[in-house]
Design a protein around this ligand. Structure first.
Ligand SMILES: Nc1ncnc2c1ncn2[C@@H]1O[C@H](COP(=O)(O)OP(=O)(O)OP(=O)(O)O)[C@@H](O)[C@H]1O
Ligand SMILES: [Mg+2]
Length: 347
């Protein structure tokens, strides 16, 4: 459907005028291959994977592994050579490019805001293309600025150069979400930020995602970011070959081969510990109910940090506190035991 006409706009609204339920779409790569002209080797080689609606799938791997290529075939910025990509069962090749991109938000590396346009105009790019009314755009821009933690009153009229890198990245995120897409593509969205800003935006994005539950394809070459952000991780090796696709925990527990084991790092057991919090595990009872001799730790602490604390304190046990009450103990043996048996179970 052509842009700027009512019918596209009305797809967004229920008959009662309320916003249709915020959607997410399942994405399926089915034997997808990309060969660039003049190159014999494939950039992406026979890639098959299913991303359930509402999940974050991280594509990770060494430079040149085909991550960006795989992602850009979803919104057809790059054409598929062989195979197909399905969005809720529908081939992306069968959809009009404009309709496809309306349903897919795109956040690129280095933000890519239009420098001569105000923040409001940047965010309104797609809604304007869809012919939304001024009032609706105005309201949506403010709603989005608030959602990504910017100032809905003063920021709309500013220009990208007047914002910090982290703030610009938030605007990029708001712009990608403007038309409430079912899918978000994010190519190294936090790659250019300092570690502290990066960590903050990662946390905020995870919180935001818990609220809006879009299907997200997130590209990074940083395995730690992949572990933190991904419900599932797809590791692509040179030549665009899928080395492993699974949850972070399963990949860390059982790397499929030497390549994956090297890629996730020798400290993969410790990385696995950072995926779980004390509140997720069964605690030991306090002997005789006397917990006064143990160092205390909050239940929201990760197992990795709890282990570090035990080493620091020279204590083999910690009392786990939640809402001001001791809930039980965790011990070094306890944490170690959680790593070993599960690995055997899965093998
Ligand atoms: N337009 C193009 N024409 C020809 N070859 C290309 C083109 N774009 C990418 N390639 C090649 O395809 C392969 C995969 O590139 P791609 O950009 O998808 O990798 P990537 O995993 O995103 O890498 P990075 O981590 O460096 O961003 C590389 O060998 C690259 O040289
Ligand atoms: Mg890339």
């Amino acid at each position: 459907m052509a842009p700027g006409h009512g019918p596209v706009d009305s797809l967004e609204m229920g008959s009662d005028g309320k916003r249709a339920e915020s959607s997410a779409a399942e994405i399926v790569f089915r034997g997808v291959t990309k060969r660039y002209p003049g190159r014999s080797a494939a950039a992406v080689d026979n890639l098959s994977l299913r991303i359930p609606a509402g999940e974050i799938c991280v594509l990770v791997g060494p430079s040149g592994g085909g991550k960006t290529t795989a992602m850009k075939m979803v919104n057809r910025l790059i054409e598929i050579t062989e195979g197909d990509i399905l969005m809720d069962g529908q081939s992306v090749r069968s959809l009009e490019v404009i309709e496809l991109r309306r349903r897919i938000g795109y956040v690129i590396q280095h933000v890519g805001l239009f420098p001569h346009m105000s923040i409001a105009d940047n965010i309104a790019t797609v809604p304007r293309l869809l012919g939304w009314s001024k009032a609706r755009i105005h309201a949506r821009v403010r709603e989005l600025l608030e959602l990504v933690g910017l100032d809905p009153v003063h920021d709309p009229d500013r220009y990208p150069r007047q914002l910090s890198g982290g703030q610009q990245q938030r605007v990029g995120l708001a712009r990608a979400m403007a038309a409430d897409p079912a899918v978000m593509l994010m190519d190294e969205p936090f790659g250019a930020l300092d570690p502290i800003t990066r960590e903050r935006l990662q946390q905020e994005f995870l919180r935001l995602h818990a609220e809006i539950r879009k299907t997200v394809i997130f590209v990074t070459h940083d395995i730690d970011e992949a572990i933190k952000m991904g419900d599932r991780i797809a590791i692509l090796r040179e030549g665009g070959i899928l080395a492993q696709y699974d949850t972070p925990d399963a990949i860390l527990a059982n790397p499929a081969d030497e390549f994956v084991a090297r890629f996730v790092g020798a400290d993969r057991s410790l990385k696995r510990l950072s995926l779980k919090r004390l509140s997720d595990i069964e605690l030991l009872a306090v002997p005789n109910g006397d917990n006064s001799t143990y160092p205390t730790v909050a239940a929201s602490t990760t197992l990795r940090d709890a282990l570090a604390l035990m080493l620091e304190e020279g204590s083999r046990e910690l009392a786990v506190v939640d809402e001001g009450k001791v809930r039980g103990l965790c011990s070094v043996e306890h944490v170690a035991a959680l790593l070993a048996p599960e690995r055997q179970q899965q093998e």
